[in-house]
Ligand binder design. Structure first.
Ligand code: AHG
Ligand code: MN
Ligand code: MN
Length: 336
């Protein structure tokens, strides 16, 4: 069977779904994928490429920036500036949106990304990735500001992530299911390796940073206690736990074999609104997970329905296998 490249996949999507996959959107995804190949190469070089360690600065969220955080951000910015497909970009690593310089044409899309997810895993050679989300620029807006990015996740036109792991993969949705591509390094192109990923509705695997246990709210305490009670507890079976510490890797495992991923708002992070960011972590992952038949809530409501108030807003996250996400959400709502 002939391999289907990302280029061919996107062209076919454009023919089949011209209402969503416009030529500009196709170009946008190609450009992001190309930038991710460059990031993948930098990640692969590791210590040999002098890309490990901190740069000595902090981002808008007060987190120490790693060299790869900054480098990945620059790679994505430079790749996306000149193509004419974007009106503006925003990123975890920049306080404010980055306008398209006036010397370049402007397009109708907004791109928002987490250039390097899983920063704490960079220096220890564990999987990391990039997360991105594409929105439409509001009609008539020529110079988008942060407010123009504050659209609920249900308005995303594309979401995707890469994992720089044993192989580099790209997972993508444009609202018609989820496809997975693997980077063929000899060819230099992403090749379709799975069409229509589906998350099993049930699972016996969960992901949470259990060191935060003492900070959790009662519904999370109850849910995890029931899972941990195993076969003789109320769930009647044993559950397994996995926590990579890179959302991309944890979510990819769930997309591959099921599971529930949780980063709840707890007493430790309540003043910040949570740990993970709505626009470039929770929304794109929520869109992908829903497109794969799973569910994503903040504990009470569907993440994609949350109206953002700020560019770097944080939120609680429960996503993955539908039946487990619904159960822990019901515990929060007091309906179970
Ligand atoms: P980032 O590296 O972009 O700041 O994101 C890290 C996030 C996410 O990838 C992961 O799930 C979570 O932080 C890990 O949190 P803990 O350090 O609490 O495990
Ligand atoms: Mn992240
Ligand atoms: Mn990041």
């Amino acid at each position: 069977m002939t391999a289907i490249s990302l280029t061919r996949f996107l062209l076919e999507a454009q023919r089949e779904h011209p209402d969503v996959m416009t030529p500009d959107l196709r170009l946008l995804v190609e450009v992001v994928a190309r930038a991710c190949k460059t990031i993948s190469n930098a990640v692969n070089k590791g210590a040999l490429g002098n890309v490990l360690g901190n740069v000595g600065t902090t981002n808008v969220q007060g987190e120490a920036q790693k060299k790869l955080d900054v480098l990945s951000n620059e790679i994505l910015l430079e790749a996306n500036e000149w193509g004419g497909h974007l009106a503006a970009l925003a990123s975890e690593e920049m306080d404010e949106p980055h306008p398209i310089p006036n010397r370049f044409p402007k397009g109708e899309y907004l791109l928002v990304f987490d250039p390097l997810d899983g920063s704490s895993n960079i220096d220890v050679n564990v999987s990391i990735g990039t997360i991105f989300s594409v929105l439409r620029c509001p009609e008539g807006v020529r110079e988008p500001t942060a407010d123009d990015f504050l659209q609920p996740g249900s308005r995303q036109v594309v979401a995707g992530y890469t994992v720089y792991g044993p192989s580099t993969i790209l997972v993508l949705t444009f609202g018609r299911g989820v496809a997975c591509f693997t980077l063929d390094r000899e060819q230099g192109s992403f090749v379709l390796t799975q069409r229509d990923l589906r998350i099993p509705e049930d699972t016996s695997e969960y992901a949470i940073n259990a060191s935060n246990r003492r900070h959790w709210d009662p519904p999370v305490q109850r849910y995890i206690a029931e899972l941990d009670a195993g076969r003789t507890g109320p769930r009647g079976r044993d559950f397994n736990m996995r926590w990579v510490g890179s959302m991309v890797a944890d979510v990819h495992r769930i997309l591959t074999r099921g599971g529930i991923f949780m980063y709840p708002v707890d007493a430790k992070c309540r003043d910040k609104g949570g740990r993970l960011r709505l626009l470039y972590e929770a929304n794109p992952m929520g869109f992908i997970v829903e497109q794969a038949g799973g569910a994503a809530t903040d504990g009470r409501q569907r993440i994609l329905d949350v109206p953002p108030q700020a560019l770097h807003q944080r939120i609680g996250v429960f996503l993955g296998s539908r039946n487990e996400v619904e159960r822990v959400t019901a515990y929060h709502l007091g309906t179970a």
